[in-house]
Design a protein around this ligand. Structure first.
Ligand code: PEP
Length: 251
């Protein structure tokens, strides 16, 4: 059974006061009993999230991790998978388009991060998605398939039993321009069919999230599509009421 899931990607936003009021606000909101809810704060605030969210049913995770499998070592500026586990993170985002674009996270590096996350028990949220040029050239499905296969061929289909995929068209991220439910559904169905060629049950159980300017106003239409199981939310996850409304729409 696949379960609905809504994850907030806070990116590089927030300070101690913001994090406190956002998380305290979220805890006061009515959240769905049957959909998973998680937030991914910047690294410095993960411990704070752990303290505030323990026993609330809201999970937390990170936006990135070190590709190296060492639990610790001389890797200045990096954060290991083991450290995230130590902070009781459940999820970690890998391959977000901002990391691919600004920090040269290649398909190979994304696969290494995916493997490293899973080896410690973290659930990777693998992000894929085309840019506007690729969409306009009709290359979306082939490009997204190649991004999935770049990881799948390295980790094997079984690894996707404990992973999440987020389809995030780059042209929709932070732009206010959401993919239509039909556009998103087409790609989600394709991703599921790519996985199904390897294992139908795993494909059927996989939670496929849509990301790209999801708001309270458009969430329900997106979630009504058969292959859209939730969302990875950027901007709208920074307001407790907006994020909670999106979470409720996922149930
Ligand atoms: C994201 O950063 O993953 C994202 C989807 O951002 P936004 O919701 O702001 O488009």
């Amino acid at each position: 059974m696949r379960s609905p899931l809504v994850v907030g990607n806070w990116k590089m936003y927030g300070c101690t006061d913001d994090v406190r009021s956002l998380l305290e606000g979220l805890c006061k909101e009515e959240l769905p009993a049957k959909a998973g809810v998680a937030v991914c704060p910047p690294f410095p605030y993960i411990g704070f999230a752990q303290a505030l969210l323990a026993d609330t049913g809201i999970a937390w995770g990170a936006q990135n991790l070190c590709a190296n499998s060492a639990a610790e070592g001389a890797f200045t500026g990096e954060v290991s998978a083991s450290m995230l586990v130590d902070m009781k993170c459940r999820y970690v985002i890998v391959g977000h388009s901002e990391r691919r674009t600004y920090y040269h996270d290649t398909d190979d590096l994304v696969a290494e991060k995916f493997i490293n996350a899973q080896s410690t028990g973290l659930e990777p949220i693998l992000c894929v998605g085309e840019n506007l040029e690729q969409r306009e050239a009709g290359e979306t499905l082939a490009f997204v398939e190649q991004q999935i296969l770049a990881v799948l061929d390295k980790v094997g289909i079984e690894a996707f039993e404990k992973a999440v995929i987020a389809y995030e068209p780059i042209w929709a991220i932070g732009t206010g321009r959401t993919a239509s439910p039909e556009q998103a559904q087409e790609v989600h169905a394709h991703i599921r069919s790519v996985l199904a060629k390897k294992d139908e049950l795993i494909a059927d159980n996989m939670s496929l999230l849509y990301g790209g300017s999801v708001k309270a106003e458009n969430a329900a239409q997106l979630f009504a599509k058969p292959d859209i199981d939730g969302a990875l939310v950027g901007g709208a996850s920074l307001k407790a009421a907006d994020f909670a409304a999106i979470c409720r729409a996922a149930e």
